[in-house]
Design a protein around this ligand. Sequence first.
Ligand code: FAD
Length: 455
Amino acid sequence: PTSLLWFRRDLRLGDHPALLAAVDDAGPDGNVLAVFVVDPALWRPAGEPRRQFLRDCLAALQESLGGALVLRSGDPSAVLPALVRGVGASSVHVSADAGPYGRCRDAAVEQALGDVPLVRTGSPYAVTPGRLTTQEGTPFRVFSPFARAWRSHGWRAPAPRPETVRWLLDVPSDALPPGQDLDGVRLPPAGEAAALAAWERFRDDLLPGYPETRNLPATNGTSRLSAYLKYGCLHPRTLLADLADEEEGTEAVRRFTDELAWREFYADVVWHRPESTREPLDPRTGAIEYDTGPEADAHFAAWAEGRTGYPIVDAGMRQLLGEAYVHNRVRMIVASFLVKDLHLDWRRGARHFLQHLVDGDLASNNHGWQWVAGTGTDASPYYRVFNPTRQGRQFDPAGDYVRRWVPELRDVATAHVHEPWTAPGGVPAGYPEPVVEHAVERQVALARYQEVRSS
Ligand code: FAD
């Protein structure tokens, strides 16, 4: 017998329960056909950095499969049944997808497969989204109680890497769509081996200092695992199992696993409320007034191109263009600036991020934006307006991050680097004056939020 393993956000061989299920189904004499489908509905909107990273991940996976990975392009509900018929497969195995598009797509594939079952084993999360509810049986909307329930629920031990898999060879494969110019973006090395190496480096060298360094964008203080987790080059369960051996409950382990829990929380919220990737989770905030028109468009362009005149904001937006990545603290600062200083709709910023981030993930991104915009989970205090100058001074005290990404500010003294308009010689040539005045726009934002809260 032949079973088919459809790879999606699980581009690895270790700790892969769906792979084990496919091997099991095929039996000792059977074969497993490995397939990846380039689905235009996901491929097109992903943005070139993410598409290139995915290409690189697929190349790495292809190498570990000894060339057995079959690529197909098209709608999975048309492509897969044809492939199944062609090789006479008796089952199709996947890791469950919890996202709104993935769930509909999988339902369509299931129907198109007819008698051949679509078997879902595991998911890209330690606890499958939708599994946890409050004591009243309702979905969690606040992070801390979710994280408590998540920890006490626990997770399975990592699945062992299968010793041998008889991959079905010689099935014709499509080519991947050709890459476009990356415009100088530097991407991380792709694939399972690179992901595990990045994890081990972080665990051994950086994790102990994580509580202190995680908020400092100039330092190499976080794991940079987000793109690997997004495409399943490694599974969070692998990390959690590794950390279970660490001294119980150290502050560093707790802080880091909390971040993994945020990822699981947002996936859970989206599982329960798929429309919350498009609409505010808090319906009261649906009526907030956002700016539109030519001036708003000009503000958006200044933000996207990193020329707002606020150094930490510009550094973050230029990091996005240079590395397809932005430090978490700076994601919050630039998002707050777009929504609360420029008064633009968070969805505009979220779309831009998804097109440019290598780790772009609908749940983490759109709920990260909603959190900053004060429209989403948690108490989401709408009155939290990040002050870009103060945030810069606090989290980039020596100005190294800003100088790295904004070369126009290289010669500005540290005392002025986060507010170059106060420097003795004024704003250096080539760097813009602030597009708006933060103190003024903060008041405007608060007034708009208060209006919808009291109505
Ligand atoms: P670490 O600090 O090493 O954290 C470890 C892992 O935990 C991360 O790899 C990530 O998977 C997860 N994680 C950490 N923080 C968060 C968080 N706040 N929410 C959800 N998961 C988290 N993360 C994405 O993976 N994709 C996105 O598209 C994305 N968009 C964001 C947009 C905004 C506006 C904000 C404020 C945050 C966003 N995040 C997103 C969350 C976070 O910024 C990144 O996960 C983190 O910066 C990745 O770097 P790291 O791997 O070094 O993180």
